[in-house]
Design a protein around this ligand. Sequence first.
Ligand SMILES: C[S@@+](CC[C@H](N)C(=O)[O-])C[C@H]1O[C@@H](n2cnc3c(N)ncnc32)[C@H](O)[C@@H]1O
Length: 250
Amino acid sequence: MKIHDTAAQAYAVASEAYERGRPSYPGEAVACVVDELGVGPSTTVVDLAAGTGKLTRLLVPTGARVVAVEPVTAMRTTLVAVVPGVDVVAGTAEALPLAPESVHAVTAAQAFHWFDRGEALAEIARVLGPNGGLAMLWNQRDESVPWVARLNDLMQWRTQPIPQYVDGLDWAESVAAVDAFTPLHHRQFANPHELDVESLVDRVRSTSYIANWPEPRQATLVDQVRHLVAGFPERFTLPHHTDVFWCHRR
Ligand SMILES: C[S@@+](CC[C@H](N)C(=O)[O-])C[C@H]1O[C@@H](n2cnc3c(N)ncnc32)[C@H](O)[C@@H]1O
């Protein structure tokens, strides 16, 4: 099962920090996905690249059959422990372990940037039934807030030679290039993430390329992050917005 080396190595060691430190998705964003994709009882939704199940668990209350697909064993282990009641299978976006036209909806949260876009979109089109829906979600830290911009600088967020989510039109272009989907829609939702210093440290340490740094380099960054938020209240908010994109199979 081949995925990007940075993701394979990082998520093999950082699944617990990921679960503790990463933000969830806002109710309005999940409602948008559920409504636009028609997820509910008697439907099957596949949460692709499910990780520790941050989105998966929010799909369970819809009454749909929820199938989580995730290639990294450690992420699946955490997912199984924290999200009961879903089918969890090993697989990648480029080779989905699913039959043709077997599902109503596919979601991919904080993940599509890791995929080979063309191969993944072709696979998703293969497993979706007619008019089946695809939703892609991403959380982005709100860099208009000065301390968040400083955090991103400390994390060297903008200068990594790895796939990253970039907002803009290229996602719509990627979907249009496959010719199997309707045009991509987009909505954005506020997503304030309330946390404490330790969960902020987990957030930083679970960042793919940082989880792969040698421990002394991670420790130096953690010291800088602790210093950045030293005067903050015990619990504070790391502001995000959540981008939701969706389309349907033609
Ligand atoms: C940032 S995590 C997102 C996890 C989860 N969806 C969430 O919202 O928290 C990215 C996930 O994508 C998975 N991944 C990376 N490359 C993949 C691929 N080619 N196919 C399927 N999953 C992949 C990783 O193993 C990891 O669990």
